[in-house]
Design a protein around this ligand. Structure first.
Ligand code: PLP
Length: 387
């Protein structure tokens, strides 16, 4: 794994799977707590004129945020701490504020549906033009980048839930050549699997709710950038719009990050194993998973990721009703939306009315957790046989 050594970190340069444990701790001084305390305060003592360096007020800064923000910044290879938000969607809303007024937002047609729905709403209000693209078609996306006046490029790779792979570095370079800012939603991969900032992307977005916090018990978001001016702008926006994270939730997220490397290692291995077995299953029409050599995104994923993630999708034979029958029959897998927790979740995505109609009605999205893979397999197998 790549070594990380941001200027401000207190520990020596270490691998990322060490940094998840070592980063964002209190100073290594006598009788300091080993874990960052939860600071519950809305305001801070102060008498002198307030500068950007001061904590001042609870909507501008919090010591518990600092530990999480330093850790995530370091993991993404950023030169600055991340910014934590009250939800992934709060981070999406803040990021969309950077689309130039009257400009064009270029977004994958299979982006996370919440991001797409918000962008559609803002476009309808006349803030900007929304252009949805097939993000796997590099030439077509570059054409749109070059032909749009003042644009912003939104990347998601793999996309949710179609698991399409974008050529992140090539698209980012083309965008920068055209003066276009690039934002990448890295929720599915986490910095242990993919680091878009290293490919030149300007801002990385996370739904911290998912893998980073990892236990399906908090809703949080984050943005990460190495650019001082952009971080300043986003920090001001967060302070003014008020979508700030609770200190307790942020503490839970940092606690979750401590085990990120072992969780990802386990769930990725299980996802690969399950994808291979599901390919052979009589009731499965198709498996989508970039880790499979037959997958259309396999070559790109191998080139730009350190793994393939732990989300896979299957198309069930027998259509929508058969897919719903699988959901009814599972006893270990949890039928629920969301992903990235220790427990394995399964969902027919088109049960959301806002999901893109190009997502097949018989598609089940599986978020592979950290249970024993044989238990996960036998539950899926019996549910598929029950159709
Ligand atoms: C869940 C999710 C979001 C939204 O995050 P919330 O924490 O639910 O607000 C954004 N992007 C992706 C890829 C997601 O999976």
């Amino acid at each position: 794994m790549t070594k990380t050594s941001p200027e401000n970190s207190q520990h020596p340069a270490v691998a990322r799977d060490t940094a998840v444990v070592a980063a964002g701790r209190p100073p290594r001084e006598h009788d300091q707590p080993v874990n960052l305390p939860i600071t519950l305060t809305s305001t801070y003592f102060g008498r002198t004129p307030i500068s950007g360096e001061d904590r001042a007020y609870g909507r501008y800064s919090n010591p518990t945020w600092d530990g999480f923000e330093e850790t995530l910044g370091e993991l993404e290879g950023a030169e600055l701490p991340a910014l934590v938000y009250s939800s992934g969607m709060a981070a999406v809303a803040a990021a969309l504020s950077l689309v130039p007024a009257g400009g064009t937002l270029i977004m994958p047609r299979h982006s996370y549906q919440g991001s797409l729905v918000l962008a559609q709403e803002e476009a309808q209000l006349g803030r900007y033009t929304l252009l949805t693209v097939d993000i796997t078609d590099t030439d077509a996306v570059i054409h749109e980048i070059q032909n749009s006046q003042s644009a912003l490029l939104w990347l998601e790779s793999p996309t949710n839930p179609m698991l399409e792979i974008a050529e992140v570095e090539v698209l980012t370079k083309a965008a920068h050549d055209a003066g276009v800012l690039v934002i990448a939603d890295n929720t599915f991969s986490t910095p242990l699997v993919q680091r878009p900032l290293e490919a030149g992307v300007d801002i990385v977005l996370h739904s911290v709710t998912k893998y980073l916090a990892g236990h399906s018990d908090v809703v949080l978001g984050a943005l990460v950038t190495s650019q001082v001016d952009l971080r300043e702008r986003l920090h001001t926006y967060r302070s003014h719009h008020g979508a700030i994270a609770g200190p307790f939730e942020t503490w839970l997220a940092l606690r979750g990050v401590r085990t990120l490397a072992v969780r990802i290692e386990r769930s990725q291995a299980s996802a690969l194993e399950l994808a291979g077995r599901l390919q052979q299953h009589a009731e499965v029409k198709a498996v989508r998973f970039p880790g499979l050599p037959e997958d259309p995104g396999h070559e790109r994923a191998t080139a730009q990721m350190d793994g393939f993630g732990s989300i896979l999708c299957i198309e069930v034979r027998g259509g929508e009703a058969a897919a719903d029958a699988v959901i009814d029959a599972v006893r270990l897998w949890t039928p629920a939306t969301s992903l990235g927790g220790v427990e394995s979740l399964i969902e027919r995505r088109r049960r959301h009315r806002s999901e893109a109609v190009t997502v097949p009605a018989n598609l089940l999205r599986l978020s592979v957790g950290i249970e024993n893979v044989e238990d996960l397999w036998s539950d899926l197998d019996q549910a598929l046989r029950a159709i």
